[in-house]
Design a protein around this ligand. Structure first.
Ligand SMILES: Cc1cc2nc3c(=O)[nH]c(=O)nc-3n(C[C@H](O)[C@H](O)[C@H](O)COP(=O)(O)OP(=O)(O)OC[C@H]3O[C@@H](n4cnc5c(N)ncnc54)[C@H](O)[C@@H]3O)c2cc1C
Length: 258
């Protein structure tokens, strides 16, 4: 079985995250970068299956700037057998549509039985990439799973829905995405870090994949403007001098909150 895990480098959520107001992109130099935690959990799902099923191949795939190589390599140190990174200057500012096109083209090239992604990244938070990739590959999708069982020719899992849970299944090949309900990922150990240096790491360009970032026929979203959130204003304090209730009610009415 070949499992490809989609991983993404993101700014560390523990640090300050900033937008570059000129380009509208995340300012990657403004904070430490890490492998997205949901990507690590996705990798854990694949590695746990591989631990119990000899002959399973686990590949990590990322579309990311060249500087993300060390982050992608962490996937190898955790136990993946190979890594593929799509790097191309024309991808700067890629929207979800172009990202999905690129990842689908890379997946066609690597081949796969199962693709595992996070349900939503920590930075972009688009939450639709796995569904878009499945659509482009013309395979079933089982998204936002809070538990996953992988068998030889199919997957099954549970998805939380309003007021209950749905049990879903799909035959392989398929694309799934998982939620934070899945277990934490393992830490890479020293042996894994050393072994990662010798594992296959393929870097692909858009030309290798036959994808044109400026294809006029493709539907791409265009960012028109970007602005930072205004800083939080200080709240209004009402001191109770016997009329706090009235003041509170007046405030709510004035601000159309009542
Ligand atoms: C040169 C370059 C610069 C980039 N700069 C930025 C940037 O500043 N800000 C930004 O948010 N993105 C950036 N990207 C990445 C890309 O544009 C986004 O990843 C893409 O738009 C997906 O959006 P999302 O994270 O909201 O998707 P979601 O739908 O929220 O992602 C869900 C899941 O899909 C998978 N996934 C998402 N993106 C990728 C990816 N790139 N590679 C592999 N798996 C993926 C992961 O498993 C993730 O958990 C850059 C990429 C390149 C090549």
């Amino acid at each position: 079985m070949k499992i490809v895990v989609l991983v993404k480098e993101v700014p560390d959520t523990y640090g300050d995250r900033k937008l570059n107001l000129e380009t509208g992109l995340a300012d990657r130099a403004a904070s430490e970068t890490v492998l997205d935690e949901i990507g690590e959990r996705s990798l854990e799902v694949a590695l746990s299956y591989a631990d119990a099923h000899e002959g399973t191949e686990v590949v990590v795939l990322s579309m990311a700037p060249e500087s993300a190589q060390a982050t992608v390599r962490k996937g190898l140190a955790m136990g993946a057998s190979a890594a593929v990174q799509v790097v191309d200057d024309a991808l700067l500012g890629a929207d979800l549509g172009l990202t999905a096109e690129v990842l689908a083209a890379a997946l066609r090239r690597t081949g796969f039985d199962l693709v595992i992604a996070g349900n939503q990244s920590t930075d972009g938070t688009g939450g639709v990439l796995p569904a878009m990739v499945a659509e482009l590959l013309d395979v079933p999708q089982a998204t936002s799973l809070s538990s996953v069982e992988i068998s030889e020719g199919a997957i099954a899992g549970v998805r939380a829905i309003d007021g209950g849970v749905a049990r879903v299944s799909a035959e392989l090949p398929t694309v799934i995405s998982i939620t934070e309900a899945l277990p934490d990922a393992r830490f890479p150990n020293f042996k894994g870090i050393m072994a990662a240096k010798k594992k296959p790491f393929e870097t692909l360009s858009l030309a290798d994949l036959g994808v044109d970032a400026d294809d006029p026929a493709a539907a791409r979203s265009i960012m028109l403007a970007v602005a930072e959130k205004p800083p939080r204003a200080a709240g209004i304090k009402i001191t109770d001098e016997g009329d706090a209730g009235e003041k509170l009610a007046a405030f709510l009415i004035e601000n159309r909150l009542a």
